[in-house]
Design a protein around this ligand. Structure first.
Ligand code: NAD
Ligand code: MG
Length: 402
């Protein structure tokens, strides 16, 4: 492991060759592929040394061949055989199961772990990477929603670098500012593809319509979360943990142009905003380059051609998921964990055509109502709450179908 500098980050990296050793968890997904792009562009600074995916063995093998990576893990699915494994680099170690994903983060060559896994499945690997003292470039938000106190509690100062574009923007606005100066976070939100819809129109949206997001190409789960505004609700909770803010200090601001990635208001009334191209490679890269800045991974914006920027409040009556998430955050304890688990179950049920888009918040509310919030004690506690909420949500989904 590299020598520890201020903030628990490696000053001299583990490879001892001037490059940062990078482990990408969720390398076959939307964020994972964009992280690989950053590694291609900055091959003089970054070396991919370990890769994990969920169940896509072929995708994992293809990427490991391109980057010559020999430490691999597959969380689920059948053991890959024959064709799927042909052409693996000499000496490759491919391990299976969620434990194998966590083990990758411990490898001595790994300086930075990019957590691009979807869902609460990222809790274990994130905690493992933090405990091993690695820099954690965190794209996954569900682990902070479900287990924020454990994740933040395991992190040294500056050890978690946010990848979510809004949180990277807030983090950038806070650079050089004194502690305690933050008074409010303006968390921007495009409004999703169904902005302006009423409840009835929203209930008729099909999975195909919800999965065709107009501006961002993301994984299917977050695309549906963006359509219900649950994504913004998860991001409110994420912001409270990352920036030690109270939920009352986070205000969601609908901004359809998505030019401003978020803003921070300070105690003296001054407001800083971060703007830039809508390209996730920028926040991914910054989470690896911080406190430095490297060459741009995306085309710059000609602001003369940008046109007007609009701002408004979100419609909480139509997009009830956002209000439920804010309520879960306000109550705290295990309630956000139960809410997140219910959302994961309902989101999938909608994508599989089993419930309507507007049923998602019905399922979440039912599970929240059935949850007696408790103070989070440890990981086993979180996992038990998550599992119980998933069971309750599944029952609720089957009742809605009938
Ligand atoms: P995705 O579905 O495209 O990719 C998910 C990846 O995780 C895949 O590689 C999958 O194989 C892998 N995976 C699933 N379970 C795993 C496990 N147990 N262990 C290891 N790998 C596993 O999702 P995405 O859009 O890339 O989003 C990933 C995370 O980043 C989510 O938490 C999302 O909210 C967050 N995020 C995404 C974007 C975006 O633009 N896509 C932006 C901000 C934040
Ligand atoms: Mg975001």
């Amino acid at each position: 492991m590299g020598e520890r500098g201020p903030g628990g980050l490696a000053r001299r990296n583990a490879l001892g060759e001037g490059r940062l050793g990078v482990c990408i968890l969720g390398c076959t997904g939307s964020i994972g592929r964009q992280a690989l792009d950053v590694c291609r562009q900055h091959a003089d600074k970054l070396k991919v040394v370990a890769l994990a995916a969920g169940s896509d063995a072929r995708g994992l093998v293809r990427i490991s061949r391109e980057f010559g990576v020999t430490d691999l893990a597959l969380a689920h699915g059948e053991r890959a055989t024959g064709d799927a494994l042909s052409g693996l680099p000499q000496g490759t170690r491919l391990a299976y199961g969620e434990g194998a994903v966590e083990d990758l983060t411990l490898l001595p060559d790994v300086d930075a772990v990019i957590v691009a896994i979807v869902g609460a499945a990222a809790i274990g690997p994130t905690l493992a990477a933090l405990k091993a003292g690695k820099r954690v470039a965190l794209a996954n938000k569900e682990c902070l929603v479900a287990a924020g106190s454990l994740v933040v509690g395991a992190a040294g100062p500056g050890q978690i670098l946010p990848v979510d574009s809004e949180h990277s923007a807030i983090f950038q606005c806070l650079q050089g500012e004194p502690e305690g100066a933050l008074s409010r976070i303006w968390l921007t939100c495009s409004g999703g593809p169904f902005r302006g819809f009423d409840r009835e129109r929203l209930s008729g949206v099909t999975p195909d319509e919800a999965l065709a997001h107009p501006t961002w190409s993301m994984g299917p789960k977050i695309t549906v979360d963006s359509a219900t505004l649950m994504n913004k609700g998860l991001e409110v909770i994420e912001a409270t943990w990352l920036f030690d803010a109270d939920v009352s200090q986070v205000t969601v601001l609908v901004h359809p142009q998505s030019a401003i990635h978020s803003m921070v208001e300070f105690s003296d009334g001054s407001v800083k905003a971060q703007l830039g191209p809508q390209d996730m490679r920028i926040p991914i890269q910054y989470a690896l380059s911080h406190p430095k800045r490297w060459g741009a991974p995306a085309e710059s914006v000609d602001w003369r051609a940008q046109g007007p920027l609009e701002f408004s409040a979100p419609d909480l009556e139509t997009f009830r998921c956002l209000g439920l998430a804010i309520e879960a955050c306000r109550v705290g304890g295990t309630l956000p964990c139960a809410m997140n688990a219910a959302n994961e179950v309902a989101n999938l049920a909608f994508r599989e055509g089993r419930i309507r888009l507007t049923d998602i918040d019905v399922v979440i509310e039912a599970v929240m109502d059935a949850t007696a919030p408790e103070t989070v004690s440890d990981l086993d506690h979180v996992l038990a709450v998550d599992e119980r909420a998933r069971r309750q949500a599944a029952v609720c989904v089957s009742k809605l179908r009938a």
